[in-house]
Ligand binder design. Structure first.
Ligand code: F2R
Ligand code: MG
Ligand code: MG
Ligand code: MG
Length: 356
């Protein structure tokens, strides 16, 4: 049904925005039990409809800046043009460099600019002495690709891979972006009226990741952790989903899934945050499932803007715009522009569509 699909596009991009804007004040922090209460009050306050709009205005960070570029790349060009995407990233960075970009990705932007975008994949490949970045910067911006190519899995994987390689070429950086993309796409395809089966959702992702991580090399090295990293993580997600929520479980989540700046320590965590909060309160006092996902992600601490943004993108793709609290959205920078971008992405998807 097209109107539900449109609502899901909006839900996903607004979920990503809200997660980034509300999560960024806590980025890099360890969250204590006391701070969980403060975060609860912070969200309660954002939900008040008559709140002075000046007070809690929340700016977005690099996560949203780059997501906007990925959406524009899909909307403005009928065929993927990675030179165009690289220019969007770089122009945005030089226009607004103080959005909290990682220091290393900034080197890529400088190299792209000085090389006049001659080979848009070369600067990223040179990062970290040639091993490439495994940061979560590829995954944090991938949602528009999962939405736009939701009916064309093979092309989705290809475009997600290539667009990630402009900044991240380490296998863990690429596969983390692919996993986040698959999660958004899978959530989009589900009926929000039906009760979600978290472990089934996880198993489906596991099977897809197993396919992605299947290497073609002979004499496969079983001990090669990077080549099976995400399928192993998804097994941990599945195990943790089976346990009842309490503060100790949160600590176990942080220890076993992570809350760091690498894709490996954040994408499976974001997926877990979405899945865990759909049927359990997780200590968050709200009936709004999108808020619950985002607020829960922030209470885990660490890379809060990015994990909350990725979890919000998945939850929003499942729940649709109905789950977006408009008071919270209005406190986030550019929420109108993001809603429009979602609509334009929805309209543009036509060319890539086989059937609805
Ligand atoms: N950068 C941040 N937050 C840190 C501080 C921001 C500060 N508060 C401010 O306001 O300025 N947040 C944003 O960066 C993350 C996404 O990072 P991205 O785009 O992946 O960047 P990068 O530089 O490629 O990688 C991030 C770090 O990961 C480590 N790393 C990656 N690959 C590595 C490798 N092969 N070997 C060793 N280390 C590797 C490095 O420490 C990188 O700096 C998001 O959280 C976004 O919100
Ligand atoms: Mg950020
Ligand atoms: Mg291998
Ligand atoms: Mg971050």
């Amino acid at each position: 049904e097209p109107s539900l699909l449109r609502s899901k596009f909006r839900g996903s991009l607004l979920g990503a925005l809200i997660g980034d804007c509300t999560g960024s004040p806590y980025e890099g922090e360890t969250i204590t039990a006391g701070e969980k209460i403060i975060i609860q009050r912070y969200f309660d306050k954002l939900e008040e409809p008559n709140l002075n709009l000046k007070t809690p205005f929340r700016a977005y960070t690099d996560d949203t800046a780059m997501t906007k570029s990925v959406a524009k790349f899909l909307i403005d060009k009928p065929e993927p043009d990675y030179g165009f995407l690289a220019r969007l990233f770089v122009n945005d960075y030089f226009k607004e460099p103080r959005r909290g970009y990682g220091q290393n990705v900034v080197d890529v932007f400088h190299k792209l600019k000085t090389s006049k975008f001659e080979d848009v994949f070369k600067p990223a490949a040179e990062q970290f002495m040639g091993s490439g970045s495994y940061g979560n910067g590829g995954a944090m911006r991938i949602a528009p690709i999962g939405l736009y190519y939701h009916n064309n899995y093979k092309i989705m994987i290809k475009v997600a891979t290539q667009s990630t390689k402009i900044t991240h070429t380490h296998l863990l950086g690429i596969n983390g972006a692919l996993l986040q993309c698959m999660a958004v796409q899978q959530a989009l395809m589900l009926d929000p009226q039906k009760k979600l089966d978290p472990r089934h959702f996880c198993l489906e992702l596991y099977l897809k990741m197993k396919e992605v991580e299947k290497t073609e090399e002979d004499g496969e090295d079983e001990s090669d952790f990077t080549s099976r990293a995400y399928q192993e993580k998804l097994k941990v997600v599945e195990r943790l989903l089976g346990k009842p929520h309490d503060d100790n479980l949160d600590d176990e989540v942080i220890r076993n899934l992570g809350h760091g700046i690498s894709a490996y320590e954040s994408v499976p965590t974001a997926i877990y945050c979405f899945l865990k909060t759909q049927n359990e309160s997780c200590g968050i006092m709200t009936d709004n499932l999108l808020r619950r996902t985002i607020q829960y992600a922030i209470t885990l601490g660490g890379d809060t803007d990015t994990i909350a943004s990725m979890a919000g993108a998945i939850a929003g793709a499942y729940l649709g715009e109905d789950a977006v609290n408009s008071s919270i959205a209005k406190h986030c920078e550019s929420y109108k522009e993001i809603a429009e971008l979602a609509d334009n992405l929805f309209e543009a998807r036509g060319g890539s569509l086989v059937s609805e």
